[in-house]
Design a protein around this ligand. Structure first.
Ligand SMILES: C[S@@+](CC[C@H](N)C(=O)[O-])C[C@H]1O[C@@H](n2cnc3c(N)ncnc32)[C@H](O)[C@@H]1O
Length: 470
């Protein structure tokens, strides 16, 4: 008989000597303070509640195992801390989220374990998560996944506080106020919040984040480069030396990095960038049939797991990317967006001219388009400008004789025909008349003025950036 394993959810509740990370962030950002009511939904052993109450905050909580007889009541701030990830039943997860939101008058803070925080080796897959050797269940969310789950359940876009930790506000004014304060860098101290659990007396010494600052900086640098938290083996020995000297575990250092060092907005952006880089890389690999694309490094495997969940999901999304390339209207729409951001000049024939050095700043779809062509033509070095011509399925690379000239001359070009998979060289006799736009110079630059005068002199009011020499 196939019986479902018994999951001991309460075993996930730990003894806390300090505030939990979401509660600590709520205090630091001024969401939780004296005079504000708090409800901890799924409060575990209640250490957060004890610390808040001792600090003068009116805090109550409920937990199906540790505090089943407490009443579930409304409060300004409701915390659903690391609860969703221990529930193996998806309908029950949803019910817990909805109930927590229903009792929150001002804001709901939701935190979950995220992919990458702990190694998954040796865990037994179960449902959409894993069973641990202690008989507990853990689902590891992707940061973007829990954001979407929360947004769908509460009907507002949540704000990220840290990886896997979000706050959803009921009133847009409260959210704006919070964002402004955060931007101003205002932070409250959590030092008055003790859980009351006895601990050996500690001699006053620098705080943990000060003692392991060098290690935290390296971890944050990695996190902002790859859009995910590092694994122990991805950090250099200098980081491990610092941690060993200070007797700090790697997992604790990662937690400290998230709470004290990592800029959450920048981390989210890094996640999005990293995701797009992987898509472009994979799409180009599939298109050019590079064998190495099928053999990602261990770090890339972690990137893929974090940003896509699986290799299969990445492959499907990359395929969708390639389909989009076959549709010129989608490519043109992407080009218009890039041109509006000041990335190159779009002309009336729906062609985008851009400095080759700025190709990497294009959106993923356009990087794919350019990547396909450049795979055929070979690398493009500095001193070139590139024209994307999706309506004709072409890309042309122009060589500038002297980039420093106000109107650089073009004497040769390489045209890549994506339909015929062919490359042809041509002699040209043209000039670049809109260098300021192609190179993204300021609208008030001297160059822009020169170009306007030149256009008047030539009697041209066209959008063309390159014209034939008469
Ligand atoms: C990992 S602990 C987190 C406890 C506490 N929030 C903290 O951060 O220390 C997860 C808690 O969720 C509780 N729990 C399990 N199912 C729940 C449900 N359906 N609704 C609310 N809490 C639940 C468990 O009893 C457990 O105490």
């Amino acid at each position: 008989m196939n019986t479902a394993p018994l999951v001991h959810r309460h075993r996930t509740a730990m003894v806390r000597h300090t505030l939990s990370q979401p509660m600590s962030l709520a205090v630091r950002h001024g969401l939780v303070k004296e005079g504000i009511t708090v409800f901890d939904y799924g409060c575990g052993q209640g250490d957060d509640l004890r610390a808040l109450t001792a600090a003068g905050v009116e805090a109550r909580g409920w937990d199906p195992h540790f505090a089943p007889h407490e009443q579930v009541v409304e409060a300004e701030i409701v915390n659903l801390g690391f609860v969703l990830n221990v529930i193996e039943n998806t309908a029950e997860r949803q019910a817990a989220l909805e109930r927590a939101w229903s009792i929150s008058q001002k804001a709901l803070i939701v935190s979950v374990m995220i992919v990458g925080a702990v190694p998954l080796d040796g865990l037994r897959p179960f449902g959409d998560g894993y069973l641990t050797s202690r008989g507990t269940f853990q689902k590891y969310y992707q940061h973007a996944e829990i954001r979407a789950v929360l947004a769908r359940a509460v009907g507002v876009e949540p704000v990220a506080l840290a990886p896997g930790i979000f706050v959803a506000f009921r009133a847009p004014e409260d959210e704006q106020e919070f964002l402004l304060e955060r931007r101003r860098g205002r932070r409250s101290s959590t030092s008055g919040y003790a859980t009351g659990r006895s601990r050996k007396a500690v001699i006053a010494r620098p705080e943990l984040h000060e003692r392991i600052q060098a290690a935290l900086a390296a971890m944050a640098e990695f996190a902002l480069r790859r859009g995910r938290l590092p694994h122990a083996e991805e950090m250099p020995s200098s980081v491990h030396d610092v941690l060993a000297r200070e007797r700090v575990s790697f997992a604790r250092a990662v937690d400290t990095c998230v709470a004290s060092t990592l800029d959450c907005d920048a981390f989210e952006q890094a996640g999005r960038d990293s995701r797009e880089d992987l898509l472009v890389h994979h799409a180009l690999g599939a298109l050019n049939r590079t064998k190495s694309a099928a053999r990602p490094s261990p770090s890339m495997v972690r990137d893929i797991r974090t940003h896509f969940g699986s290799q299969q999901q990445l492959a499907e999304e990359a395929l969708e990317y390639l389909h989009a390339l076959a549709d010129p209207t989608r490519t043109v729409a992407a080009m218009r967006e890039c041109a509006d951001k000041g990335l190159g000049a779009l002309d009336e024939d729906q062609r985008l001219l851009i400095n080759a050095e700025r190709l990497e700043q294009l959106s993923g779809q356009l990087r794919c388009y350019a990547g396909c062509a450049i795979h055929l033509s070979g690398e493009v070095d500095d001193g070139h400008i590139v024209r994307l011509e999706p309506m004709r399925k072409r890309l042309t690379i122009f060589r500038l004789t002297n980039q420093k000239d106000a109107f650089p001359a073009i004497t040769s070009s390489v045209a890549v025909d994506l339909r015929r998979q062919d490359v042809s060289l041509r002699n040209e006799d043209r000039v670049l008349v809109r260098k300021s736009v192609v190179f993204g110079m300021s609208a008030r630059s001297k160059q822009r003025k020169l170009e306007l005068e030149k256009a008047k002199e030539l009697g041209i009011c066209s959008e063309r950036a390159i014209i034939r020499r008469s």
